[in-house]
Design a protein around this ligand. Structure first.
Ligand SMILES: Nc1ncnc2c1ncn2[C@@H]1O[C@H](COP(=O)(O)OP(=O)(O)OP(=O)(O)O)[C@@H](O)[C@H]1O
Ligand SMILES: [Mg+2]
Length: 486
């Protein structure tokens, strides 16, 4: 995860429109770092992503004809559907949003209109590009900030007495009246600035208090627009944009140099970034490489049998119809401008326990031509999930306790036992996939987590098989109990 964000910065602006040019094979092996198994799904998303890159290199006239390979991922809960989509977006350095399809069934009440997903995508993209650009100008901004800090510490025109002196440094410089002394005082000033700069860079002044102008909250920031409809949010956004153009109230504050540096840096970065071009690039990014993940798409399908269906089917079918133009490609108005959705990649996912993909309206089915099935996870998978991924749970817990100086390890037998229990509870109670590992681990480690640091003197703990059994077996044996606890 860290890796992809870092490289996102390294590669910089030129390649941020074009997606990272990983081959399908490389994409799969990147995904392998985080997701165990699910080969088919990984392959499909890798191909879809690569095809979009390929598309960008096709000659103009044909390019617009080539549609993205929208995908439906079908599989039980907790087997990695969302995780695959999220990791994919990170790899592609593409704007990404995840929405729950069922949210759109209640438009006008608590739900949102379907187009809001594109607006969110654009917002996300703007934030992304903006932070990339900030990264690029950070060094430049830091230099400007140093200058401004020096101006505060040593006001530019100073009388001839030595101002490098710490305590007088903050005094307002009174106009030098003697003209012939002026050159000298400029020279003195230059030297004391140099000295001051050195101390600033050495971090000697970080705690020192200075008084500075800070821009107060933008007036728009105070305002919130409430409303049930998605459009209202837009109005809120537009209003805020208008308001942010108004001059901000500036007020004097006393802050430490360290704080001042942060505040000034924000201001300088803001000034160095050309927001118009950020927005332009952000929209381009959305249009060329955006990814929308629509979760729970099965919840808006109407099972033909009608069994288990809650709520009016009209509304669900309505949502499907609303989705059509967006998935097919249309123009969506956002506060940053019109956005074409033709080449946004849509990945839908659902368990499809009750409804089948064939219960979606045919037009929508046609727009998700690729279907992949994700498999239930086995005991062996759980073992691998606990140990292999870069963000494996075992690694997470060890890292947490390492911060308190405790070295937490798990014996091979313990990990096998946790995997066995996870598979067993999934089978006997309810299959919640890899999420089961979370509940088991929290249970297993609860006491330890609670007792550290006060009631704990060792600097290392090894969880072994016996400990796992002692802690969990009585729960597992009792079905009722495990329903509540695990
Ligand atoms: N195959 C896997 N390999 C590694 N971790 C996994 C795998 N499957 C699931 N996980 C972990 O389990 C958790 C839930 O996974 P995820 O959110 O992808 O489930 P999902 O398939 O989207 O389920 P739902 O249908 O409920 O949305 C995440 O923390 C994820 O890291
Ligand atoms: Mg999910």
């Amino acid at each position: 995860m860290d890796m992809s964000t870092k490289s996102g910065v390294d590669v910089g602006r030129q390649s941020s429109i074009a997606e990272s040019n990983l081959t399908p094979n490389q994409i799969v092996s990147q995904l392998d770092k985080y997701i165990i198994g699910q080969k088919d799904a990984k392959k499909s998303v890798a191909i879809a992503l690569r095809n979009r890159l390929r598309r960008q290199n096709v000659s103009d006239d044909l390019r617009d004809e080539i549609m993205p390979n929208n995908i439906i991922m079908i599989g039980p809960t907790g087997v990695g559907k969302t995780e695959i989509a999220r990791r994919l977006a990170k790899l592609a350095r593409a704007p990404f949003v995840k929405v729950e399809a069922s949210k759109f069934t209640e438009v006008g009440y608590v739900g949102r209109d379907v187009e809001s997903m594109i607006r969110d995508l654009v917002d996300q993209s703007v934030a992304m590009v903006r932070s990339e650009r900030s990264e690029e100008v950070r060094e430049k901004a830091a230099l400007l900030v140093e200058d401004r800090l020096l101006d505060i510490l040593l006001p530019p025109v100073t009388p001839s007495h030595e101002t490098a002196d710490e305590e007088n440094g903050e005094e307002e410089g009174s106009e030098s009246t003697a003209n012939d002394g002026h050159d000298k005082s400029v020279e003195v000033n230059r030297r004391s600035r140099k000295k001051m700069l050195e101390r600033l860079r050495n971090g000697k002044l970080e705690d020192r208090q200075i008084e500075m102008d800070t821009s107060g909250d933008s007036p728009g920031g105070m305002m919130q627009v409430f409303g049930p409809l998605g459009q209202m949010e837009e109005i809120g956004g537009i209003m805020q944009d208008l308001m942010s153009g108004l001059p901000r109230k500036r007020k004097k504050r006393r802050v430490s140099i360290a704080e001042a540096r942060k505040l000034l840096e924000q201001e300088e970065v803001q000034k160095l970034i050309d927001m118009d071009s950020v927005v332009k690039e952000a929209i381009n990014k959305v249009e060329q490489s955006g990814i929308v993940f629509i979760d729970e798409i099965d919840k808006i399908a109407s099972p033909s049998s009608g069994a288990g269906g809650k709520g009016p089917d009209v509304s669900r079918e309505g949502v499907q119809r609303d989705l059509l133009p967006i998935v097919e490609g249309s123009n969506v108005a956002t506060k940053h401008g019109m956005v074409k959705t033709d080449h946004v990649l849509f990945i839908a996912s659902g368990a499809f326990h009750v409804a089948k993909p064939s219960d979606l309206i045919p037009e929508l089915q046609g727009r998700f031509p690729i279907r992949v099935e994700l498999k239930s996870l086995t005991e062996e998978d759980f073992y691998l999930i606990l140990t292999q991924p870069d963000n494996a749970l075992i690694k997470q817990y060890s890292a947490l306790l390492a911060t308190e100086g405790v070295d937490l390890t798990f014996s091979e037998g313990a990990i096998r036992e946790i995997a066995r229990i996870a598979a067993k509870v999934n089978e006997s109670v309810e299959n919640i996939g890899a999420r089961r590992l979370h509940t088991i681990m929290t249970n297993l480690l609860e006491e330890l987590m609670f007792n550290i640091p006060e009631n704990f003197s060792d600097d290392r703990v090894e969880i072994d098989e016996t400990m796992v059994k002692e802690k969990l077996n009585h729960v597992v044996a009792d079905r009722d109990l495990s329903q509540y606890i695990l």
